[in-house]
Design a protein around this ligand. Structure first.
Ligand SMILES: NC(=O)c1ccc[n+]([C@@H]2O[C@H](COP(=O)([O-])OP(=O)(O)OC[C@H]3O[C@@H](n4cnc5c(N)ncnc54)[C@H](O)[C@@H]3O)[C@@H](O)[C@H]2O)c1
Length: 329
């Protein structure tokens, strides 16, 4: 399968490095407005570099494209790629507005191309294990959940709400999607969001159709290492993961500028395959075999709706009820 990457920053680099490792996958081309970024990534992966998407579309040979652009550009370039009949793997969040996400999904359907969204937490082994354990019924009926995602402020375009949607849209959306996968549809959302320069902190309470409740915390502005936690209590047991405790040797030190520049933190272990690699391999297999993915474009749309509801609640100070969801708890 021939693939291309659009956007050669943090995530474009992660996608390209994964493709370069996958068997039966050829990374033919990479593109970034900043030509030097594309050149650097091309040199590392053996792809051809472009500084214009239109030129890459005209000249390069590929069936699937990873879109790893700043979020506010996802819609424009997804639609362009779909019209050129390329299957798309778009980074999360799918878009910043529900209408935009709907249009992206509709255009991909119209042009007969697949659209996948990088909700990669579904591919982290500990999170995938929590979903599987809940599905097995071993924990009984889920009642209360906590999830958190805490790290430094990424700065740059992420600091502009119009470009990234802030910590709720950009970071918390991982846990919103994960908790929906665990507990089903959400009835209502209540959120607090504290923001000032260098800090964007959110605490969100979700109430689910099945009566369960979850507290979700996200922080851009923590001075220490990036870490995540999740805990779900069911009627028969509790399951939890804590990224700070999942290594055998733990050193906690003040974050350095190198840590701040890393786009994602991937746990290291000899037997551990990168969740990003697992995710991209899975999406490409879905293109090849026509299978339904673990996380669908509709899941990405629903996660976006939750993030938008949380932002609205934080803004108005009121509980936001999701349309069509009924409280059966
Ligand atoms: N799944 C994850 O774990 C994860 C982690 C970080 C970021 N993300 C998401 O990935 C996306 C990209 O984030 P990032 O951290 O890689 O950002 P980034 O700023 O590091 O990279 C974006 C790149 O896009 C390039 N670009 C901008 N406009 C362009 C255009 N018109 N044509 C071509 N190139 C253009 C920029 O020059 C830059 O190199 C965002 O949607 C973000 O939310 C996902």
């Amino acid at each position: 399968m021939k693939v291309a990457v659009l956007g050669c920053g943090g995530m474009g680099g992660v996608h390209a490095d994964c493709y370069a490792k996958l068997a039966d996958v050829q990374l033919t081309s990479v593109c970034d407005l900043r030509g030097e970024m594309a050149e650097k990534l091309a040199a590392r992966t053996g792809a051809k570099a472009y500084d214009s998407f239109d030129r890459m579309l005209e000249e390069a040979d590929f069936d699937v494209i990873s879109i790893a652009l700043p979020t506010y550009l996802h819609k424009e370039f997804t639609i362009k790629a779909a019209k050129a009949r390329k299957h798309i793997i778009c980074e999360k969040p799918i878009a910043l507005a529900a209408e935009d996400a709907k249009e992206m999904i509709a255009v991909c359907e119209e042009y007969g191309v697949r659209l996948f969204v990088g909700h990669v937490v579904r591919f982290f082994p500990d999170y995938a294990n929590i979903i599987e354990t809940l599905e097995s019924g071993k924990l009984g009926r889920p009642g209360v959940a906590h999830a958190s995602r805490i790290g430094g402020h990424p700065g740059r375009w992420f600091a502009d709400d119009a470009c990234s949607g802030g910590v709720i849209m950009d970071l918390m959306i991982h846990d919103l999607d994960f908790l929906r996968a665990c507990m089903g549809e959400v009835v209502s959302v209540y959120a607090k969001n504290a923001r000032k320069e260098g800090l964007d902190y959110a605490l969100v309470t979700l109430r689910f159709v099945n009566g369960a409740v979850a507290n979700v915390e996200s922080n851009w502005g923590y001075p220490g290492p990036f870490h995540t936690k999740a805990e779900i209590a069911g009627s028969k047991g509790i399951i939890r993961t804590n990224s700070l405790k999942s290594s055998s040797l733990q050193i906690v030190k003040q974050a350095t500028s190198a840590d701040a520049n890393a786009s994602v933190v991937i746990s290291e272990s000899p037997g551990f395959r990168s969740p990003y690699e697992l995710q991209l391999e899975h999406f490409l297999a879905c293109v090849r075999d026509g299978n339904k993915p673990i996380v669908t474009a509709d899941d990405a749309f629903k996660a976006l709706e939750l993030a938008l509801a949380a932002k609205e609640s934080a803004l108005t100070g009121k509980v936001v009820y999701l349309k069509g969801a009924e409280d059966n708890g």
